[in-house]
Design a protein around this ligand. Sequence first.
Ligand code: 13P
Ligand code: SF4
Length: 334
Amino acid sequence: MNSGRLPCGLAILDKIKTTLFHAFPMLAAATIADEILELKHQRKAILLAHHYQESEIQDLADVIGDSLELARKAREFSGEVIAFCGVWFMAETAKVLNPDRIVVVPDREASCSLVDGCPVGPVREFRRRNPGHVIVSYINTSIEVKAESDILCTSRNAVQIVNSIPRENPILFLPDSNLGNYVRKETGRENMHIWQGTCIVHATFPARRVVEAKLEHPLAEVVAHPECPESVLALADFIGSTSAIIQHCAASQAPEFIVMTESGIQHSLVRVAPTKRFYYVANENCNCSECPYMKLNTLDKLRDCLRDLQPRVELPAEIMRRALVPLERMLAVK
Ligand code: 13P
Ligand code: SF4
């Protein structure tokens, strides 16, 4: 602190920098980006980012992907540090695949409503009462729930995973009820018990707003994530994971799309299909289409986590060992 003496040269420089950054925020972002790239190099780190991350984070990422692609990339990694820009359960998955490496996240509070709505106690109780059921858990679950599961799935491979289970085996699918209902319909499985969890972003997209958007943009295809309610999925021309939606929009002949998922996907969509137009529908939760958890991550927090190697994912060895079994089973399904 300046206690009456003239500030030193460094303090003056710092003051000039702060004033400039206030006047030109882009300059500050560019500087933080440089710091992140330098730290990434020093730490021998990889930066994995989900499609829902802010565009400036995606621009620095080594890999941008859906939850399945990011898990696969985490499994291939041989460096020292993984900086995971997504939500906590995704970083936990990366840690299970890399128990001896450091996994850091920009914000420890970046959770998921599906994880929060599926505590492990009732899952254990279900298993105790129904020992014959195969527990298929969406990757959007806690590490404790994964450890109780027989196999995992993501939105990309859920139909394939359920189809890989002998038809006579009863299934508990958890925790997303919309994804579960979609999978039941696609696979024709009747002996499938579905947990009643939902995503706060997708489950509150109203079908009536999709119809309004379609009236406004009659040439647009509706593309939807399977976490959307059945009434929205019924209006969709294509249903798939975030990466599957991006691939579809790039390949489709349609010039415009009504995109029923989190709006962070726009950055990747514009990259792969720069001449096409994308429209988003606001949900009834925030009257937006943003995931509040995903948006907790910022460039500043990413820089800090690479610098401090905190917040760090640290999990008991035994639970990682148990969660790895259903995770590897999923990754083995081609
Ligand atoms: P993806 O499997 O498409 O990455 O989706 C994850 C997710 O959290 C969707 O809300
Ligand atoms: Fe979870 Fe929904 Fe956010 Fe995806 S969009 S991380 S499912 S709360």
